[in-house]
Design a protein around this ligand. Structure first.
Ligand SMILES: Cc1ncc(COP(=O)(O)O)c(C=O)c1O
Length: 448
């Protein structure tokens, strides 16, 4: 197959001398256990372009792992941060500040459902999930939490237990948290029940009922937690029928439904929150990542009676609702509306889906292309019939992409998925160029 190389790709020195020099420091002073997707050091970034310390530019298909939906350093957010940082940086719970209540107000109005809500701010995705589980347990007076296979909810002790991937997230860290129960997820490409969606009998949803007979009585279940689109699991879109079934089960037994929208939120899916596609209202929604354009902020948005079941002081954190992060979040929320970024994700989906569908047909080792909005992933297999995952080749594709000026990251329970989370402000030409580089790299790796 004739390949058109991206100009200058072979002449780029990646990693360059400065990145190499800094890597020596990294090796000496940072633990090996913290993994990095590239051997590069970033110097600056704007929109969907990152420049490293050696002046190499890259199209960003990772968006800081779903954090940069509004792009890197948008001027509105930068100015809001500057303005805030000059006036007030921190108060903790010692004194309230306006940005916190404004963010909470906004969150309670833009998250799905009409039920009165309240919002509580923390710092990371895992911290939001930890608190969501605490709140659900307090509200129900029960301990059990049901989580899905292929899920990712964080790396703290509780959230790594909720996460469904043994390596690297659990191995060697036990004892893990108790009272967590696992059910299959609607991973339709690899259906645990050998069925084909659409048109299946939703055995994955029925497995939830079964576990209530075999593993944990409904009276002991506080919550079901799920990602409407499983992120680290490889962009598995939970079908609406599945979500509605779960919601009914929650209502029948008094379980709290926690929608973890940490990766799928903020316009990424083509709606502000991905759960909106199903029309259901979760009892608790966790959000983080793109909420504050890269400043550390996360939130638990819950039905008021659910979150108000917690006693005073039962939830909190020193850095909860940092004013600077809140100022950035308010600007992000404004930008979501002003530039209609969920709609922009739908536009990007057209480009992604058209191109990736063609690529899928063309190459025998692409088993699945899936996602929603600007959240798309490609699953690689040895051949389409056997679906055996390929893994080594994924790192090679990522490396070739990098040499050619594109940053991509992987995902998937079997580490055989490449996912795209470009900033929603990426220019069409940048997206197309990135997809060219992606195709060229996979063709080179598989000698196609
Ligand atoms: C769905 C989901 N939940 C929770 C987390 C944990 O977030 P954090 O890494 O900020 O703790 C992530 C992170 O990728 C995520 O994607």
């Amino acid at each position: 197959m004739a390949l058109t190389l991206v100009p200058d790709s072979s002449s780029r020195d990646i990693p360059g001398p400065k990145s190499k020099e800094l890597m020596e420091l990294r090796k000496k002073y940072l633990p090996e256990s913290v993994s990095n997707a590239t051997p590069l050091f970033a110097a600056e970034a704007k929109g969907a372009i990152i420049t490293d310390v050696d002046g190499n530019e890259f199209i960003d298909f990772a968006g800081g792992i779903g954090v940069l939906n509004v792009g890197s350093c948008p001027i509105e957010v930068v100015n809001a941060i500057k303005d805030q940082v000059e006036r007030l940086i921190h108060t903790s719970s010692v004194m309230l500040h306006e940005p916190y209540v404004r963010v909470a107000e906004k969150l309670c109005t833009i998250t799905p459902g009409d039920t009165p809500k309240k919002a509580f701010l923390v710092n990371s995705g895992a911290e939001a999930v930890e608190n969501a589980v605490k709140i659900a347990r307090k509200y129900t007076g029960r301990r059990g939490v049901i989580a899905l296979e292929n899920s990712f909810h964080g790396r703290t002790m509780l959230t790594s237990t909720l996460t469904s991937k043994a390596k690297p997230y659990k191995v060697g860290f036990g004892p893990l948290a108790t009272d967590i129960y696992r059910v299959p997820s609607p991973y339709c490409y690899r259906c645990s029940f050998g069925q084909t969606y659409p048109g299946c009998t939703l055995e994955c949803a029925k497995a939830l009922k079964k576990i209530l007979d075999t593993e944990v009585a409904p009276e002991d279940v506080a919550a079901i937690i799920l990602e409407p689109i499983q992120g680290e699991g490889g962009f598995i879109v939970l079908p609406n029928e599945y979500l509605r079934y779960v919601k009914e089960l929650c209502e029948e037994h008094g379980f709290v439904l926690i929608a973890d929208e940490i990766q799928s939120g903020w316009g990424r899916s083509g709606k502000l929150f991905a759960i909106e596609y199903s029309g259901i209202e979760p009892d608790i929604l966790t959000t983080a990542k793109s909420i504050a354009a890269g400043l550390p902020l996360s939130a638990v948005v819950a039905k008021a009676d659910v979150i108000d079941s917690v006693h005073k002081g039962g939830i909190g954190s020193t850095y909860s609702g940092n004013p600077v992060a809140c100022a950035a979040a308010l600007k992000v929320m404004e930008m979501m509306e002003k530039y209609n970024l969920p709609q922009r994700a739908n536009h990007l989906e057209e480009i992604l889906l058209n191109r990736l569908s063609v690529i899928k047909e063309k190459y025998p080792f692409i088993g699945d292309v899936r996602g929603r909005g600007a959240m798309y992933a490609v699953e690689f297999v040895k051949d389409k019939a056997a679906k055996e995952p390929v893994t080594n080749e994924i790192s090679k594709i990522m490396e070739l992409c990098l040499q050619r000026g594109l940053i991509v990251i992987k995902a998937g329970t079997y580490n055989n998925v490449i996912r795209f989370l470009p900033p929603l402000v990426i220019k069409d030409e940048q997206l197309v160029k990135g997809l060219d580089i992606f195709e060229e790299s996979i063709a080179l790796v598989f000698n196609a």
